[in-house]
Ligand binder design. Structure first.
Ligand code: IPM
Ligand code: MG
Length: 378
């Protein structure tokens, strides 16, 4: 079968890491008889430089015709002084809203191979871990097209005292649909779902809790719990093993997923899927359209130096195969290839052990790491 995949390399290390994800998909395609047609598109800082706008209309239109969008990262110091509506980050928000990808799945697990890159002590990792093992495996489901990221914002001038505001705004439907994605994921995992909010203060969070309490009744096999976001931030570093699926708002999910990434060894390992509904206008073959991107940013300081970790981008391609193309087996092959290269001791700098190099690790660059994954797959 033929599939069209939109590709936005973007800025900084984005194009480098995405080029490895593309190569991995090509190898998988060849092996399994799928043809992926990659459609390169511009968004972010490089689009500003070329067209004057972060998200050219053509990018959005062409992406809509594809099965999925593979995205590197956008942004960098070069564009930081531009006004808000012209910043590269606008491209991300425009893509998320324009492509209707309301649920952002951010898995964070500590692979046994990367235990030495995790800053937590074993006794912290085992605390509240139902299996008593020094590890964790959680999934943050972040609402992605609502909340304070998209609510009304502005500035006011009161005499010489300027003020600014952003609004957290959620509808019951927005909360419900992302919760359902969370419950579906939890059903295939350890059957626990934690709703994270700030319901002791925010009215929008109280609506999250009410909505969750109603939906929870439809999923009696899933254990639903509730945490305030400040407590959750603490629990994540006190005992990450207690969590299975966390469902939360756009802003809280942004913050908590960065926190969780450190626990997993490095943000350079974490992939993400942002998906819409399997029956919206962009869904193809009954599968949701999705944006697949590593959660790390553009890291302009290490761009084009053969340092960046390509594994998060490669693992994002695996998520794309799983969620938007229904290729579970192919997704697993990629994930297995990644764990195999780690088993062999290959490490980019960001996932090297924190202690001295006593673990038989070999520090390699982007290219050697990428090639090693390809070799595993061939
Ligand atoms: C992320 C990023 C983005 C966000 C930025 C770059 C706009 O931090 O994907 O987590 O805040 O959503
Ligand atoms: Mg973020």
């Amino acid at each position: 079968m033929q599939f069209s995949i939109a590709v936005v390399g973007g800025d900084g290390i984005g194009p480098e890491v995405i080029s490895w994800a593309v190569r991995v998909l090509e190898v998988i395609g060849k092996k399994k008889g799928h043809t992926f047609n990659f459609i390169p598109l511009k968004a972010g800082g490089c689009a500003i430089d070329e067209t004057g706008e972060p998200l050219p209309a053509e990018t959005l239109e062409k992406a809509k015709a594809c099965e999925a969008l593979l995205l590197g990262a956008v942004g960098g110091p070069k564009w930081e002084t531009l006004p808000g509506y012209l910043r590269p980050e606008r491209a991300l928000l425009g893509l998320r809203a324009g492509l209707g990808v309301f649920a952002n799945l951010r898995p964070a697990a500590l692979l046994p191979q990367l235990k030495n890159a995790c800053p937590l002590k074993d006794e912290v990792l085992t605390a509240s871990n139902p299996h008593g093992s020094a590890t964790f495996d959680l999934l943050i489901v972040r609402e992605l097209t609502g909340g304070i990221y998209f609510g009304e914002r502005g500035r006011k001038q009161n005499g010489d005292n300027e003020s600014a505001f952003d609004t957290e705004y959620y509808s019951r439907n927005e909360i419900e649909r992302v919760l359902r994605i969370g419950y579906t994921a939890a059903a295939q995992r350890r059957k626990k779902l934690c709703v994270v909010d700030k319901a002791n203060v925010l009215e929008s969070s109280r609506l999250w809790r009410e909505t969750a309490a109603a939906i929870a009744k439809e999923y009696p096999n899933i254990e639903t719990s509730y945490l305030y976001v400040d407590n959750c931030a603490m629990q994540l570093i006190r005992s990450p093993g207690q969590f299975d699926v966390i469902v939360t708002s756009n802003l809280f999910g942004d913050i908590l997923s960065d926190e969780a990434s450190v626990l997993a060894g490095s943000i350079g390992m974490l992939a993400s899927a942002s998906i819409g509904s399997p029956d919206d206008a962009l869904a193809k073959n009954g599968r949701p359209f999705g944006i697949y991107e590593p959660i790390h940013g553009s890291a302009p300081d290490i761009a084009n130096q053969d340092i960046a970790n390509p594994l998060a981008a490669i693992l994002s391609a695996a998520m794309m195969l799983r969620y938007s193309l229904g290729m579970e087996q192919e997704a697993c092959l990629i994930e297995k290839a990644v764990t195999s290269v780690l088993d062999k001791g290959l490490r980019t700098k960001d996932i090297a052990s924190r202690e001295s190099n006593i673990h038989n690790e070999k520090i390699v660059g982007t290219k050697v790491m990428g090639e090693a994954v390809l070799t595993e797959l061939k």
